[in-house]
Design a binder for this molecule. Structure first.
Ligand code: BGC
Length: 747
C-alpha cells in the first residue's frame, strides 16, 4: 500500500503545480475576487504613480476597426498609457496581443478593459430582450446572460454594454427591442436577473463579465419615439417609471452604467449632475464608473449646452461621466481645463479611481490574459444551444387560437410555409447579435421540416420581401396554400428595422406583407400567422381574421426549432406581452399603467378621454398571452382588511388548469391606490409568478405586498405610503382580473 501511495506522490505534486501555474497564468480562477481586500490600497498606490496624461488615458475608450480588430494607433496609445479601454476588439488571440503591449511595454502596466455589446448572446443568440421578458421568468434571463458571459469571456471580453434596462412606452422607438418593455416592476426583475447572469457574485470569476446598465436615463422616453431625441418628464415619473430597473441593477452590484444620448428636462444625460451624481452616487451609493454613450460627450455641443469640446469635457466630467466613449475631449482638453480650474485634480483622480477599482475587482491586473486554447470549445456548446431553444419556446406569445387551430398534428398531410421570414437566417438574430452567425441559425422552415412526420409534404414560397413593393411572388404562395392542408405565414420586420436608429413612424406590417396574408387567407385554407418582429405591431386585420397568431419575436439562433416546438405542441406556450400592442400608431403612447383622467373613457359619452376615430383600448393589453390549455384564477384572499403604512399584506389566489394539457400560467398582481395626494396609475404590476400546472391541478399562489410596493414619490419628492383604500387585482393579464380591497390605516 505504502509504495503505491509513494508513487502517486510526484504525480499529485505535478498536478498541483500545473493547477497553480494555470491559475496564475489565466483569468479563470475565482480567487481574484471583486471582494479582494486590498483593492482600495492598490488603487491609491497606483494612482499616486500616475502622470496626468496616464490618468486621462484611463478615461478614454476607443472603438475597434470592425470584425473584432483593433486600430493600429491603439497599440501606440496603450504603450504610452493613453488608452484604458476598447470597444469591439475581441478574440482571445487579438485581445492577448493588445494586452501584452499594456503589460509589457507600458510604464505602469495597467491592463486594457475590453468591452463589447453582448446584448442577448455572443455566438449562441437568445431571443431579443423584449422577447425574453415575455417569458415573465427572470431566471431564464439570468441563465442566458450567464451563457453570453461565458462565451464572451472566452473570446477575451471582460465587459458587456448590457443589460439595456430602459423602460419603453413607445413602440415607434426601435430600441424597445433591447429592453424588458413598458413596466418598471418587470423591468427591475429582468435588470436584476441579467446583471446576476453576466456578473455572478463576482465579475472577476471565470466565465463572468462586468455588466453595464444603460442608458442612464429616460432614453426610452424620446419624444415622438425618434431615436436620440430629447425628453421632458417630471421627477416623479423619472423616479417611479424610469429609475427602478437601474436601481435594481445597482442593488444587484452592477459595476458600470452608461449615460444616455438624450437630454432630460433641458440637461443632457451626459452632463446631468442630478442623475449622475445626486441620485447615482449620493442616494444609491454606486461606487463603480459611468461610461458615456458613443461620442455623447462631444455631442453636448449639438445639444447646445457646450460651445466647444473643451466645455463639453468639463460638463461631462464634472457631472460624473468617468469614461469617454470614442470622442476624445477629456484627453485633448483635460490638461488645460485643469490649469484653468474648470476641473479639479480631485475630480480626475476620483474618475480614475473608479475605473481602476473596477479593473482590480475584475482581476485584470493579476490575470490580464485569456486562455486561447479554450476559445474554440467555449462557443455554441450543445447545452447553450439547448438553452437557447428552451428560452425561445418560453418567450413566444400565443395571441390567438380559435377552435384549437394549434397545435398542428405532426402527421399532417401537407403544410404550406409562406412568407419573407419563413426561411431567413439573419432576421431571427435581431439587432445587436454579437458574433451570432447565420449558418448557426435554424429558420422556421428548417424547424418545421425537422418536426413533421416523414409522410408530410412541406411546401415553401416566399411570397414577397419585407421591404419592397413587389407582389410577383403572390401567385406561387397562393398556389402552394391551395395544395396544402394548412398555411403558416411568417411576416414581420427585418432585424435592422429595430434597434438603434430604427424608429418607425408606422407600426403596420412593412411592404406588401399584409396583402400577402390576405391573399393566403382568401384561399379558405386555415391561415396561421407567425409574427417575427422586434416591437409591437398594429395588425388588426390579422387579429380579426386569422384563426391563430403566434408572436415569435426575433427568437435567436434556435428560433425555427422553438417555433416548430410550439406549432406542433411539443411546447405549450405560456409567455405574455411585456408591452401593450396598439391598434394604430395614433394611440401611441399607450401603456397599461397610465393615470386616470377626470373623464375616463365611456362608450356612450363623447366628452370623455378617447378618440373620435379609433377605440381607446389596445389591440392587446400588457400581460396578455394564451396557452393550449385554460386556467381559472379564483378565491382572492387578503391576510387582513387593514394594515399600517409600514406593514405587509399577503394576497392569495387559487389557480387551476381547467384544460386538457399541462401548461404555464403567469399569475399577475396589480394594485391601485384609490385616493392619494397625487394622481396614481389605474394599475401597477407589483407581483408575478409563472407556474406550471398539470391538467386539473390547482395551486395556491401567494404574493406579499409591503411599503416598497404601496408607496410613491409625493410632491415633496419623498417616498410615502399614504393612508386610504387600495385595490388589489390578480389575473392572467392586465385586463382580466379579479379584485379585492384593503385599507392602509392613518398613522
Ligand atoms: C449605443 C449603445 C452601445 C454603444 C456601443 C451606441 O450607439 O447607443 O447602446 O453600447 O453604441 O456600441
Amino acid at each position: 500500500m505504502e509504495s503505491v501511495d509513494n508513487m502517486k506522490q510526484p504525480i499529485r505534486l505535478a498536478a498541483l503545480l500545473l493547477f497553480v501555474l494555470t491559475s496564475l497564468l489565466f483569468s479563470t480562477s475565482p480567487t481574484h475576487s471583486q471582494r479582494a481586500p486590498n483593492v482600495e490600497q492598490r488603487v491609491n498606490e497606483l494612482l499616486a504613480r500616475m502622470t496626468l496624461e496616464e490618468k486621462l488615458g484611463q478615461l478614454q475608450q476607443l472603438d475597434g476597426e470592425g470584425n473584432g480588430n483593433f486600430r493600429p494607433e491603439h497599440l501606440d496609445m496603450i504603450r504610452k498609457g493613453l488608452l484604458g479601454s476598447t470597444l469591439g476588439v475581441r478574440g482571445a488571440a487579438r485581445t492577448n496581443q493588445v494586452q501584452r503591449v499594456a503589460m509589457n511595454e507600458s510604464r505602469l502596466k495597467i491592463p486594457v478593459l475590453f468591452g463589447f455589446d453582448v446584448i442577448h448572446g455572443y455566438r449562441t443568440i437568445f431571443p431579443i430582450p423584449l422577447g425574453e421578458a415575455s417569458s415573465f421568468d427572470p431566471t431564464l434571463a439570468e441563465r442566458s446572460a450567464a451563457v453570453a458571459a461565458q462565451e464572451a469571456n472566452n473570446v477575451g471580453l471582460r465587459w458587456t454594454f448590457a443589460p439595456m434596462v430602459d423602460i419603453a412606452r413607445d413602440p415607434r422607438w426601435g430600441r424597445i427591442t433591447e429592453g424588458a418593455g413598458e413596466d418598471p416592476f418587470l423591468g427591475a426583475a429582468f435588470a436584476r436577473a441579467r446583471v446576476r447572469g453576466f456578473q455572478g457574485d463576482d465579475y472577476g470569476a471565470a466565465d463572468k463579465i462586468l455588466a453595464c446598465a444603460k442608458h442612464w436615463v429616460a432614453y426610452g422616453n424620446a419624444e415622438g419615439g425618434r431615436d436620440y431625441n430629447t425628453t421632458d418628464l417630471s421627477e416623479n415619473t423619472l423616479r417611479e417609471i424610469y429609475f427602478p430597473p437601474f436601481k435594481a441593477a445597482v442593488d444587484a452590484g452592477v459595476g458600470t452604467l452608461m449615460s444616455s444620448f438624450n437630454a432630460i428636462n433641458g440637461v443632457p444625460a451626459t452632463a446631468n449632475a442630478f442623475t449622475l451624481t445626486k441620485v447615482l452616487r449620493q442616494e444609491w451609493k454606486f461606487d463603480g464608473f459611468v461610461v458615456s454613450d458613443y461620442t455623447a460627450v462631444k455631442e453636448l455641443i449639438n445639444h447646445g449646452v457646450a460651445g466647444n469640446e473643451e466645455q463639453a469635457a468639463a460638463l461631462a466630467l464634472n457631472a460624473g461621466v468617468e469614461m469617454e466613449m470614442v470622442s476624445r475631449s477629456y484627453n485633448q482638453f483635460g490638461p488645460q481645463l485643469l490649469k484653468q480650474n474648470k476641473i479639479t485634480q480631485a475630480t480626475i483622480d476620483e474618475a480614475v479611481r473608479r475605473i481602476l477599482r473596477i479593473k482590480f475587482r475584475l482581476g485584470l491586473f493579476d490575470h490580464p490574459y485569456t486562455d486561447e486554447a479554450r476559445e474554440p470549445n467555449a462557443l455554441l456548446r450543445p447545452e447553450s444551444i439547448r438553452l437557447a431553444r428552451e428560452i425561445a419556446g418560453r418567450s413566444m406569445v400565443l395571441l390567438k387560437n380559435e377552435r384549437e387551430t394549434l397545435p398542428l398534428n405532426k402527421n399532417i398531410g401537407s403544410i404550406a410555409v409562406i412568407g419573407p421570414l419563413a426561411d431567413d437566417r439573419r432576421v431571427p438574430l435581431g439587432w445587436w447579435s454579437g458574433d451570432g452567425k447565420e449558418e448557426n441559425t435554424v429558420t422556421p422552415l428548417a424547424g418545421i421540416k425537422a418536426k413533421v412526420s416523414p409522410q408530410t409534404t412541406v411546401l415553401y414560397a416566399k411570397g414577397c420581401e419585407v421591404k419592397d413593393d413587389s407582389t410577383a411572388g403572390f401567385e406561387q404562395a397562393v398556389n402552394i396554400a391551395k395544395q396544402a392542408d394548412v398555411a403558416v405565414v411568417f411576416v414581420g420586420e427585418t432585424h435592422d428595422m429595430t434597434g438603434e436608429a430604427a424608429s418607425r413612424s408606422t407600426l403596420d406590417l412593412p411592404g406588401r406583407q399584409m396583402e400577402l396574408v390576405q391573399a393566403i387567407h382568401a384561399t379558405g385554407k386555415p391561415t396561421i400567422v407567425v409574427l417575427v418582429n422586434g416591437r409591437p405591431l398594429s395588425v388588426g386585420w390579422i387579429v380579426n381574421n386569422a384563426p391563430a397568431i403566434l408572436e415569435s419575436w426575433f427568437g435567436g439562433s434556435e428560433s425555427g426549432n422553438a417555433i416548430a416546438d410550439i406549432l406542433f405542441g411539443d411546447v405549450n406556450p405560456g409567455a405574455k406581452l411585456p408591452v401593450t400592442f396598439p391598434r394604430t400608431v395614433g394611440q401611441v403612447p399607450i401603456y397599461y399603467n397610465h393615470m386616470n383622467t377626470g373623464r375616463p373613457p365611456e362608450a356612450e359619452n363623447r366628452y370623455t378621454s378617447k378618440y373620435y376615430d379609433a377605440p381607446w383600448t389596445p389591440l392587446y393589453p400588457f400581460g396578455y398571452g394564451l396557452s393550449y390549455t385554460t386556467f381559472k384564477i379564483s378565491n382572492l384572499q387578503l391576510s387582513a382588511p387593514r394594515i399600517n403604512a409600514s406593514g405587509k399584506i399577503t394576497v392569495n389566489v387559487d389557480v387551476e388548469n381547467t384544460g386538457r394539457r399541462a401548461g404555464d400560467e403567469v399569475v399577475q398582481l396589480y394594485i391601485r391606490d384609490l385616493v392619494a395626494t397625487m394622481t396614481r396609475p389605474v394599475k401597477e404590476l407589483k407581483g408575478f409568478q409563472r407556474i406550471s400546472l398539470q391538467p386539473g391541478e390547482k395551486k395556491k399562489v401567494e404574493f406579499v405586498l409591503g411599503p416598497e410596493h404601496l408607496g410613491f414619490w409625493n410632491r415633496e419628492m419623498r417616498y410615502v405610503v399614504e393612508p386610504g383604500e387600495f385595490r388589489v387585482m390578480v389575473g392572467s393579464n392586465s385586463v382580466d382580473v379579479i379584485e379585492a380591497k384593503f385599507d392602509v390605516a392613518p398613522n
